[in-house]
Design a protein around this ligand. Structure first.
Ligand SMILES: *[C@@H]1O[C@H](CO)[C@@H](O)[C@H](O)[C@H]1NC(C)=O
Ligand SMILES: *[C@@H]1O[C@H](CO)[C@@H](O)[C@H](O)[C@H]1NC(C)=O
Ligand SMILES: *[C@@H]1O[C@H](CO)[C@@H](O)[C@H](O)[C@H]1NC(C)=O
Ligand SMILES: *[C@@H]1O[C@H](CO)[C@@H](O)[C@H](O)[C@H]1NC(C)=O
Ligand SMILES: *[C@@H]1O[C@H](CO)[C@@H](O)[C@H](O)[C@H]1NC(C)=O
Ligand SMILES: *[C@@H]1O[C@H](CO)[C@@H](O)[C@H](O)[C@H]1NC(C)=O
Ligand SMILES: *[C@@H]1O[C@H](CO)[C@@H](O)[C@H](O)[C@H]1NC(C)=O
Ligand SMILES: *[C@@H]1O[C@H](CO)[C@@H](O)[C@H](O)[C@H]1NC(C)=O
Ligand SMILES: *[C@@H]1O[C@H](CO)[C@@H](O)[C@H](O)[C@H]1NC(C)=O
Length: 889
């Protein structure tokens, strides 16, 4: 629409400058009217008319008004497919006030519109939207009435839009066209700037959402409107000085000369800038030099130090009048991605240096926490991120098929020291490069980088998920003659546009074009390497479901493992909430419906069968719950083996490979109740893998493995200082709780940030020395201790045969007693035999144990339970079940 701005009255300004009391009598410089809350919602033929919350979406509104049941229940994802095929209109009526209309400019701001919509106010079309990742605003002063105003947002079906754009793109295809059938999803998601996994993924349902997923408000102002403040601390190595680059985005009604003051009082740092604010929307950059006589406390990743911050105050003045006042947190830290020659290798290193210190990244990958983002509560977000830190992780990768997360996500990561590898939202596809597509992406990228760059938790920007690999290894069967054209599109989007904007907006962090990639080597090869999975460069994603995961030799000894994993089923209580009795079998329609990965259910059992006897109870329900359990045992052991391999490979280069400095398994969380690679179920319950992660990511970790019948124990340390350690290896018989013998290594100085062999012996000699032991009758536990004999790090175990072949395993007949004392609930276990994979389950009582899924080689054990909601000893005792491997045999 045409934008009419009444010229700012200089008389009025003079009044402001001269007579301070006039400002208050004339009202505030700025007014805000939230338009969140109840709107009206209708479908195209108006057969449905209902109230709807904003922020929200159509699915949530229909569910809240009971037009539909829980979309996650059973097969409802198929039943409710019509929702995203219809067009929907959100309408609200609000009262305009004279106070708003007298302001010189009024903006109508949408923080997030999902996705294809036409917006009108009082019957006049303001504009159209095509990108859920952008903020949209419209200047509306002259369209407002003093009385009722009608605001309408008409959404076009995202599925039809994607298909329409795909049809219009007739010159060549932009694959993939559709997801695999097993995902039961929608097609052409790459043609719409929307959460890519909302059209289905191999771990999630197809719920293409529609709605106003973020807030809506009116902002009215006379002089200027604050839009965003971001700050980047930059460190000058040559003079050891910090400076803060602050960027202020404001919308100015009419050009004026003013003054901006930046200060960090706690650091005795303050500067004032004379400014000419130009009419319109512009960024203003300021550099605040940090007082060199003050020591700046640094932000550290979890496990490496604290996460202190300072308050930055920005104040804007017109004459003596305060027209702007903002405070924001500032965290000081530096980050580098180091890609330099590696001794003994033709490749390049790939590791992160934070505040000058080399840091091993350990963590997982984050997917959207709900199909309907409006249903992600602050409590659920905090719970997931606390579980991340509690499992000794220091990083999450916000994966490129989801959404740029909400501010709170990054605030909590800042607070907990969780580093974030931030993808841009492009995944597993080729993308179009028409002008309007590129333009909307450019705006998206600029807005997101400006919104997020002040967060120290974000340590890297990454252009896309797996699109370099998709091109290089030809996932989409593109004829060789056309490959160059697709590479050109790839470079246009990620290098010439996204990378260019990021580098301009943010000189403080590395940018990587894709993941996996060969990094600097990919750039050498024209941005698409011949083999982006080359373990000697960059990062690697690696999956194999058929190879034996207990054999570490099957894993690539990569520089950095950013994705790897195995599926498992969630617990029975989680499935029960969305299923009925006829669904509770491993071969039910429900069980195959929820599996979105081809052959996934079979792969889990096949992998489990390599080492475990598969459940085969005559009781169908027990057989089902036992199967769920065995998939979790399999997953936990597989990811443990692989992660321990990466952690112990950090100090070695073997045949040019190694020097591994990152292990991020796929995936942390779930979007619904279904089998997936996650370690935390939908709803927050920890799978066995998450309990294992707490151990295998421990700062000090003993790792055992065999190489040609020789047993090695490595000591892995993420500490910043050396520590003298010895390994204590205990041999147990499967048939007896009294251990057979114990071997102890010499003390060894383990330097901080390293992995070293601390114990080495041939398995045959070890067993012979211990007497009455064979590979089939015995197993090993081990731990590290310091020179005073105090244990450092967790206990660990090493099986000398598959548990399915173990001789002497007995029913442990575990008894459990729940108690409560001042510090919470405890469960005391008593076992009559060695018990592998002891699993405590409290059904749907929210909370977590201090340890679970463990190997019990003692008669007694005490585990604490952290309840997330009020509960009692009686309730816990009633709900508690204990499963061990023998129970499923
Ligand atoms: C109106 O649309 C709904 C949802 O798409 C559909 O189920 C219904 O049959 C339509 N009603 C009429 C009268 O066309
Ligand atoms: C949605 O709107 C488009 C464009 O106006 C129209 O072609 C389509 O039929 C509408 N869908 C429904 C279900 O009415
Ligand atoms: C860093 O400090 C040196 C020495 O004071 C100065 O010459 C250089 O310009 C500074 N670099 C930046 C990027 O400010
Ligand atoms: C720097 O801080 C010191 C004391 O911490 C203070 O005396 C001095 O004035 C400050 N310098 C500037 C330029 O603010
Ligand atoms: C401010 O800095 C940003 C990022 O470095 C840059 O994109 C922008 O053009 C600068 N704006 C001004 C007014 O200098
Ligand atoms: C399950 O048990 C039955 C009878 O006890 C047996 O016939 C069948 O082979 C077993 N199946 C598996 C997969 O072990
Ligand atoms: C509560 O019980 C646990 C486990 O027995 C014990 O470690 C803890 O010290 C007890 N706390 C109090 C306050 O008694
Ligand atoms: C467990 O209980 C069963 C049945 O009472 C018994 O046969 C078995 O010996 C017990 N296990 C152990 C290790 O005592
Ligand atoms: C183990 O617990 C039992 C009771 O459950 C108790 O009698 C016994 O003394 C405990 N043993 C040890 C070593 O703590």
């Amino acid at each position: 629409m045409a934008q009419v701005v009444t010229p700012l009255s200089w008389g009025l300004l003079w009044l402001f400058l001269g007579v301070p009391s006039a400002l208050s009598s004339a009202g505030e410089q700025r007014l805000e009217l939230s338009l969140n809350g109840k709107w009206r919602l209708s479908n195209s033929n108006r057969s449905l008319l209902l109230p709807a919350e904003v922020p929200g979406c159509v699915h949530s509104a229909l569910q809240q008004q009971r037009y539909i049941e829980d979309p996650y229940f059973r097969f409802n994802d198929l039943l409710y497919r019509w929702i995203a095929l219809d067009n929907w209109t959100y309408t609200t009526t609000f009262t305009g006030s004279p106070q708003i209309r007298v302001k010189h400019k009024v903006l109508l701001i949408f923080d997030g519109v999902d996705t294809i919509a036409s917006i009108s106010l009082n019957g006049i079309i303001l504009g159209k939207t095509d990108n859920m990742f952008r903020r949209y605003d419209f200047s509306v002063r002259d369209l407002l009435n003093d009385g009722d105003n009608v605001l309408e947002v008409s959404f076009f079906s995202p599925i039809l839009y994607a298909s329409k754009r795909w049809k219009a793109h007739s010159s060549y295809t932009v694959p993939p066209e559709c997801p695999p059938d097993v995902q039961k999803g929608e097609c052409h998601v790459n043609f719409i700037r929307k959460e890519q996994s909302s059209f289905s993924w191999d771990w999630g349902p197809s719920f293409p959402t529609v709605g106003l997923w973020k807030g809506v408000r009116l902002e009215a102002f006379d002089i200027l409107q604050f839009i965003q403040l971001s700050s980047l601390p930059l460190y000058n190595h040559s003079c050891s000085q910090w400076r803060l680059q602050a960027e202020l985005l404001v919308d100015v009604v009419q050009t004026f000369d003013g003054k901006v003051e930046l200060s960090i009082p706690e650091l005795d740092s303050k500067q004032t800038f004379q400014m000419r604010f130009l009419q319109g929307r512009l960024n203003y950059n300021f550099t605040l030099n940090i007082n060199q006589s003050r020591e700046v406390k640094l932000w550290w990743p979890s496990g490496h130090g604290d996460q202190p911050f300072y308050l930055l105050t920005v104040r804007g003045f017109l004459g003596r009048f305060l027209i702007l006042s903002k405070e924001s947190k500032v965290f000081f830290r530096t980050v580098e991605l180091v890609q330099e020659p590696v001794v003994g290798s033709p490749g390049l290193s790939f590791y992160f240096r934070v505040n000058g210190r080399k840091v091993f990244l350990k963590g997982s990958n984050w997917i959207p926490a709900h199909s309907f983002q409006d249903q992600v509560t602050p409590a659920s977000l905090r719970n997931l991120l606390r579980a991340t830190a509690d499992a000794n992780m220091n990083v999450l990768r916000v994966w490129g098929g989801g959404v740029y997360e909400q501010d709170l996500f990054y605030d909590i990561c800042d607070e907990l020291g969780i580093m974030v590898w931030q993808d841009f939202m492009f995944a597993c596809a080729m993308y179009p490069t028409e002008d309007d597509f590129i333009q909307t992406v450019r705006e998206e990228v600029a807005q997101q980088v400006q919104r997020l760059k002040s967060h120290p938790s974000i340590i890297i920007w990454s252009g896309n998920n797996e699109n370099e690999a998709a091109l290089a290894t030809n996932w989409f069967s593109i004829p060789a003659s056309l490959k160059l054209m697709y590479i050109k599109d790839y470079v246009t989007l990620y290098v010439n546009n996204i990378r260019q904007i990021v580098q301009e907006e943010d000189p403080s962090r590395p940018f990587l074009v894709s993941s996996p990639t060969n990094g600097a080597e990919s750039e050498q090869e024209g941005w698409v390497a011949e083999n982006p999975y080359d373990p000697r460069y960059g990062d690697v994603h690696f999956y194999s479901y058929v190879l034996d995961c207990w054999d570490w030799k099957t894993f690539p000894r990569t520089r950095f493992a950013s994705e790897y994993g195995f599926q498992s089923w969630p617990s029975f209580s989680t499935l029960q909430s969305v299923s009925v009795q006829e669904d509770w079998s491993y071969s039910s329609d429900f069980t195959s419906h929820r599996q979105h990965h081809e052959d996934g259910n079979q792969q889990m059992l096949q992998q489990a069968a390599l080492h475990f006897i598969l459940p085969n109870s005559t009781d169908p329900l027990k057989r089902f719950t036992d199967s769920l359990y065995i998939t979790q045992v399999m997953q936990a052991e597989c990811v443990k083996t692989q992660t321990e391999f990466y952690r112990r490979s950090q100090s070695e280069v073997i045949e040019g490979k190694g020097h591994t400095m990152g292990a991020l398994y796929w995936q942390l969380n779930d979007i619904w109740q279904a089998p997936s690679w996650s370690s935390i179920e939908f709803g927050g319950k920890w799978k066995m893998l998450h309990y294992f992660a707490k151990n295998f990511f421990a700062p000090i970790l003993p790792v055992a493995f065999e190489d040609d019948d020789t047993l090695f124990v490595y000591a892995v340390s993420d500490l910043n200082r050396g520590l003298k350690l010895r390994a204590v290896v205990t041999v147990h018989s499967w048939s007896d709780l009294d251990s057979v013998c114990t071997l102890t290594s010499n003390l060894l100085l383990v330097s901080g940030g390293s992995a070293v062999a601390i114990f080495k012996q041939s398995v045959a000699a070890l067993l012979a020395g211990c007497g009455r032991c064979t590979r089939l009758t015995c197993l090993l536990t081990f731990h590290l201790q310091n020179e005073d004999g105090i244990q450092q790090g967790p206990n660990n175990h090493h099986f000398l045969c598959s548990p399915k072949d173990a001789q002497g395993l007995q029913r442990p007949n575990i008894t459990a007693k729940v108690q409560e004392n001042d510090s919470g609930f405890t469960v005391t276990l008593h076992s009559a035999a060695v018990a592998p994979f002891v699993w405590l389950d409290l059904g749907n009582i929210p909370g977590r144990f201090s340890s679970n899924g463990f190997l019990m080689v003692t008669r007694n054990a005490t585990i604490s339970f952290e309840a997330w909601c009020p509960t009692s000893v009686a309730e816990l005792s009633r709900s508690l079940t204990v499963t061990t491997l023998m129970d499923v045999y």
